[in-house]
Design a protein around this ligand. Structure first.
Ligand code: NDP
Ligand code: MG
Length: 347
């Protein structure tokens, strides 16, 4: 049976790779595509939309699966639409789950596209006796540097990721470790595991995509080359696991080293953990402050080390009320953005 895919963020890094996957599989069909401003002339889909309300596009297209590959909180409406309508959600847009939190949890089927979460999802399938989840990360381009060495880094340097080719926002998040922080919260909501049972470890070559430790001492890991076509294909063809054009993993050429993240030089991971543990709208505020700070850094208006300063300052000033509905989330996002802008104007 043909699966009809709505691809949101079709012109981005995930979006373009998803089109390649869909084109390679006769059982997948693009029924809708969306971008923010980039024209979709080259994309072949019956329903297309540049800008505007993504839920209107989804209503028209009535897809079997929504691949949400929009960047940032802007993806929240589509995420909640899929969950509300019982449509499978292949989720790359982690920001919507981080912000949506309790509102998104347990409401419908989410198949993660984020490589670590796809790995965890696969290691957890059919298992009992889970002890802890171990999220891996490369550590980004600045792993091993001191704070002093980060004072003057430019957007260009931060955009040079050692192992993954991704869009600009997530690449900066990888350099600050905010990405691992967002992924920590994402893992909490996806798998319903408390924060004190989710570890983060660095694995610089990005071959081990994450692990699950079990109570009998066993640990299952998911390994493979860093290539997003694998988790995208897995999510879109689940539970079939279709073939991809990837070369088999050459085991004898691998180096696998692990190290602890440096939380003092890269405070975003600790800030995310704190926001996650506080719950309510704190994760939404963490996400919003980070989005604003990253946009300013990319525009050359904010130093790299100010990204955690702005975010920490916002988290200290917001009141993390429970989020009862989408309006509460939109409001928490708006307030955190305003506080971040104010903080940057003062600095
Ligand atoms: P990109 O910046 O490359 O692409 C973002 C896409 O979203 C573009 O197509 C953009 O359109 C579209 N978009 C942005 N805002 C809107 C909106 N309001 N309405 C409709 N479309 C919108 O990002 P990535 O592909 O790198 O990342 C997408 C998501 O996937 C992020 O949440 C990221 O964290 C996550 N992710 C990405 C990975 C990667 O390898 N890239 C890995 C794991 C997760 P336009 O071209 O018009 O701007
Ligand atoms: Mg990831």
């Amino acid at each position: 049976m043909v699966k009809r895919v709505a691809l949101l963020g079709a012109t981005g890094s995930i979006g373009r790779q998803a089109i390649e996957i869909v084109e390679a599989h006769p059982e997948l069909e693009l029924c809708a595509a969306a971008s923010a401003t980039t024209p979709l002339d080259d994309v072949d889909a019956p329903f297309k939309q540049v800008g505007g309300d993504l839920t209107e596009l989804l209503e028209r297209a009535q897809p079997d699966v929504v691949l949400n590959a929009v960047v940032g909180f802007a993806g929240i409406h589509a995420t909640l639409w899929a969950l509300d309508n019982g449509v499978d959600l292949a989720l790359a847009n982690k920001e919507s789950l981080v912000a949506g939190g309790e509102l998104a949890r347990g409401r419908g089927r989410i198949i993660p596209v984020d490589s670590e979460h796809s790995a965890l999802f696969q290691c957890l399938e059919g298992q009992a006796g889970v002890d802890t989840l171990v999220l891996t990360g490369s550590g980004g381009p600045f792993r091993g540097r001191t704070r002093d060495e980060l004072a003057d880094v430019t957007p260009e340097q931060a955009l040079a990721h050692p192992t993954w080719q991704m869009g600009p926002k997530i690449t900066i998040d990888s350099a600050t470790l905010a990405n691992k922080g967002l992924e920590l919260i994402e893992a909490h909501f996806l798998f319903d595991v408390p924060y004190d049972r989710i570890e983060v470890v660095l694995q610089p070559t990005s071959i081990v995509h994450s692990l699950v430790r079990f109570r009998d001492g066993a640990a299952l890991a998911h390994v493979g080359y860093p290539d997003m076509r694998v988790p995208i294909s897995y999510a879109l063809t689940y539970p079939e696991r279709a073939a991809t054009p990837l070369a088999p993993l050459d085991l004898t050429s691998l180096t696998l080293e692990f190290q602890a993240p440096d939380l003092e030089t890269f405070p975003m991971l600790a800030l995310a953990r704190e926001a996650g543990e506080k719950g309510g709208t704190y994760p939404a505020a963490f996400n919003a402050a980070n989005e604003v700070a990253v946009a300013s850094f990319l525009a050359g208006r904010l130093p790299f080390l100010a990204i955690p300063e702005v975010t920490g300052d916002v988290l200290g000033r917001v009141e993390g009320a429970p989020a009862r509905d989408l309006d509460d989330l939109v409001e928490a996002d708006r307030v955190a953005r305003r506080l971040a802008e104010e903080g940057m104007a003062v600095a």
